[in-house]
Each structure stands twice: as C-alpha cells, then as structure tokens.
Design a binder for this molecule. Structure first.
Ligand SMILES: Cc1cc2nc3c(=O)[nH]c(=O)nc-3n(C[C@H](O)[C@H](O)[C@H](O)COP(=O)(O)O)c2cc1C
Length: 227
C-alpha cells in the first residue's frame, strides 16, 4: 500500500477544516459504501477493495449483459460504452440506456474522451435508446456541448464530490446552481433561445484549450483579478 504524506498546503487546508478532520478521525477514510455490507460486517478498506476485485473484476461479458437483460424487466442502462459497435450490440440486446463514458478517464491514459466518440454513437443508436454521457463536465458550457452532440442526459462525477467536500449538501446544491447559471449564460452568449433549437452545428472541433492567447483580455488583467 502506498501512503502519500500531505504537503504543507494540504495540511494547512486540513487544519482549517476541523469538521472534516473530526469526521475523518471518527469514520476513517471514505470506503465504497455500496459494497461494504457485502464484503463483511467489519470489512476494512483493503477487504472491500479485494472483494470488489474478486466479484467484479474486469471480466464483464456480453453473455452476462444478456443474462441481466433477461432477468431485469425494468429499464436497463449500460455504462462505459465508448465505441459505436458496442452501442449497436447493446441495442440488439435490448438495453434502454447507453451511457457513453470512459469512467472519467481514470483507467487508461490517452484514451478517447466521451465527447470524441459521442456523435458516432448517437448516430448508431438513432433514437432507439436514451443516451447519457459523462466525463470532464465542469462548466455549464460543457453540458451544452454534450447536449448539442446528441446526449439526452449529462451526468457528473467529480464535480459532485468536490461540491460535497467543499460544503456538504449545501455545497452540492450550490455547485448545481453555478452550473445552471453558467448553462443559461452560455445559451445567451451563443444566441440560443431554447434547447429544442440546439444542434450539432453549435459545436466544432478545435485544438485543446491551452493558455490564454497574448491578445486575450485575461492575460493583461492584474493577477489579483484573474485569481
Ligand atoms: C473516485 C472515483 C471512483 C469511480 N468509480 C467508478 C466505478 O466504480 N464504476 C464506474 O462505472 N465509474 C466510476 N467512476 C467514474 C464515474 O462514475 C464517472 O463516470 C466519471 O467520474 C465522470 O467523469 P467526471 O468525474 O469528469 O465527471 C469513478 C470516478 C471517480 C472520480
């Protein structure tokens, strides 16, 4: 097990958060709450991880998905679809929701982003299932891009963790309010009067965002204003 010692800045943040520190002392590190009870009443973090590895592993097959489909009569969503051929196969098996996701890009470096593959998947699915997408959504404008490229639903991963960590339930609500404000603002800035008018034409491929251009007004702002 690798243990990283907090650096000075992190320690300073911890000391300024006595509520968080006392919860950590009381409860220990966060664990997979949804798996914990299955791993055994007194399972520690390592046991829960070992349980997840043994039970879930990496060997999830199409046969298993077909078996789940047969047994589960309610809507079934498949998360982690990143290729149109997989989307087509899921549709053949009767999956109701295609969740386009690279799991936050945490599993493999240099893989495609969800938005890179979303349009092709939307085309293959062609309305036969709902399309959910996640990965890297951090601004209201990101939601707009995903919807423009054909997603029905946009999901959030880390943002909700950050909102919760920053302010608990209120932090989560505030995060959603900020996203909503940004979304409405982005709609205004691109002249969009309703989601029903949003199409792929609003998005174009571009080089990844880098530092601000030297002519950007951001560059010439006093540092205090940028921060
Ligand atoms: C700490 C962490 C653990 C995650 N664990 C899982 C997991 O067990 N199964 C899964 O399908 N996705 C998992 N994900 C991926 C999220 O469900 C989601 O797809 C991803 O976080 C979305 O990207 P975003 O964080 O940029 O919004 C995890 C993500 C994080 C940050």
């Amino acid at each position: 097990m690798i243990v990283r010692v907090a650096n000075g800045r992190e320690r300073w943040h911890m000391l300024r958060s006595p509520g968080w520190l006392s919860a950590l002392a009381r409860e220990g590190h966060p664990r997979f709450a949804n798996l914990k009870s299955y791993a055994g009443a007194n399972a520690g973090t390592n046991e829960v991880i070992a349980f997840a590895r043994d039970e879930i592993g990496g060997a999830f097959t199409w046969d298993e998905i077909a078996r789940f489909r047969e047994r589960w009569k309610r809507p079934l969503v498949l998360k982690g679809i990143m290729h149109p051929a997989d989307a087509a196969r899921a549709i053949e098996l009767g999956i109701d929701g295609i969740w386009v996701s690279n799991h936050g890009g945490r599993q493999i470096d240099h893989g495609l982003g969800s938005l890179d593959t979303l349009p092709e998947i939307v085309d293959v699915v062609n309305g036969r299932a709902k399309i959910i997408v996640d990965g890297g959504v951090q601004r209201g404008g990101d939601i707009l891009k995903a919807l423009a490229l054909g997603a029905d639903v946009v999901a959030l991963g880390r943002l909700q963790g950050w909102g919760l960590a920053a302010g608990g339930e209120a932090g989560l609500v505030r995060m959603l309010e900020i996203l909503e404000d940004e979304l409405v603002s982005a709609m205004g800035l691109i002249g969009l009067t309703g989601m029903d008018k949003l199409t792929r034409k609003y998005v174009c491929a571009a080089e990844p965002v880098t530092d601000a251009h030297e002519m950007s007004s951001w560059v010439n702002m006093p540092v205090a204003r940028i921060i």
